[in-house]
Design a protein around this ligand. Structure first.
Ligand code: NAP
Length: 303
């Protein structure tokens, strides 16, 4: 049997598997697309000089994969993967699949700040997705937490909708790409609150204020905002793989240059992998490499 089961967020690895003549299925926890579905505009994927919405790009990826006859199973949550001999058992919802190889591309999920009020106000002013929730804050004041690419990209997109965006960052320099920084510093709707960390979110039915602390003086102040958008990083959830993979201290899967893990036949691609750059373009490259790596393994070409 030459089967491949993959939890494939961006469809590309399954597409390659399918083109290689290997029986492949794409298992998706919710709907195909992953993190880019929550990105308003992607400007650094080649071929789209004017940018493209994350949703449209992902729809195109899915359509491309389906055009090659790839079976996609939606709302199929992988609960466990085990290996016996050369065969993997993948537990999906309440059934099991067997496969010669698996590519894990299950992406990452947003890190929470873990401060009082955060969980309580999720959906009532706390959001991890500006693209999904930004329109609820039209002409209101919001805060964005973080100084990375996600925070600045999403703060810029929020600035098109809201009255004012406070960017609250724990240092005095951003980590985001320079092109995003330049755009943000020029935006009159954005105000940067440097060396501040959020300590509490408060309100009644909805968020009304964010309490921030000066990291140098320890002084606290209230920021009157209706929404708080949190972009303090992403974490990998690989619990369903048990001991099958080696992880770095942050939990990302360690692979070799063919994207194989230490378990023969088990590959990882995309943001879930320990890597330097997490972008759609690098995820696509990972997909191609992992699919061809796994194909070589299944056909016996890899030692
Ligand atoms: P990130 O790069 O890890 O940045 C997280 C930000 O949150 C950092 O500025 C960090 O501060 C801050 N932070 C972390 N923990 C915090 C806490 N407890 N309280 C307050 N602030 C905290 O995460 P990301 O921006 O989501 O990006 C994740 C990956 O996706 C990166 O590799 C990024 O390049 C990539 N990405 C790329 C694009 C693109 O290419 N257009 C878009 C989005 C994301 P410090 O700076 O002090 O550490």
């Amino acid at each position: 049997m030459r089967d491949t089961a993959g939890g494939l967020a961006k469809g590309r690895r399954a597409l390659f598997g399918r083109r290689g003549g290997i029986k492949t299925i794409l298992l998706e926890k919710v709907l195909p697309g992953g993190a880019p579905l929550n990105t308003g505009r992607i400007e650094n994927y080649p071929g789209f000089p004017d940018g493209i919405s994350g949703r449209e790009l992902m729809d195109r990826f899915a359509a491309h994969a389906k055009a090659f006859g790839l079976p996609v199973r939606e709302f199929a949550e992988v609960l466990g993967v085990t290996q016996e001999g050369e065969s993997f058992t993948v537990t999906v919802n309440d059934e099991t699949l067997t496969a010669r190889g698996v590519i894990v591309a299950s992406g990452t999920e947003p890190v929470r700040m873990g401060i009082p009020g955060e969980s309580e106000f999720v959906g009532r002013g706390i959001s991890y997705c500006a693209t999904c929730d930004g329109m609820f804050f039209r002409d209101l004041d919001v805060a964005v937490i973080g100084g990375g690419d996600s925070a600045i990209e999403e703060a810029l997109s929020l600035a098109n909708i809201v009255r004012k965006v406070y960017v609250v960052h724990r240092r005095d320099a951003l980590r985001a790409q320079k092109i995003l920084q330049d755009r943000a510093f020029r935006n009159p709707k954005m105000e940067f609150l440097w060396n501040r960390r959020p300590v509490e979110i408060a309100g009644g039915q909805q968020v009304e204020r964010l309490v921030i602390e000066d990291t140098k003086t320890g002084g606290r102040e209230d920021l009157a905002v209706s929404g708080v958008f949190v972009y303090v990083g992403y974490r990998a959830d690989t619990g369903f793989l048990g001991d099958l993979v080696e992880r770095d201290p942050a939990g990302f899967i360690i692979t070799d240059e063919e994207l194989a893990t230490a378990t023969p036949g088990l590959y990882a691609a995309g943001d879930i992998r320990k890597k330097m750059l997490r972008q759609v373009s690098t995820a696509v490259g990972d997909g191609a490499t992992a699919a061809v790596g796994l194909e070589r393994y299944i056909l016996g070409a890899r030692q």
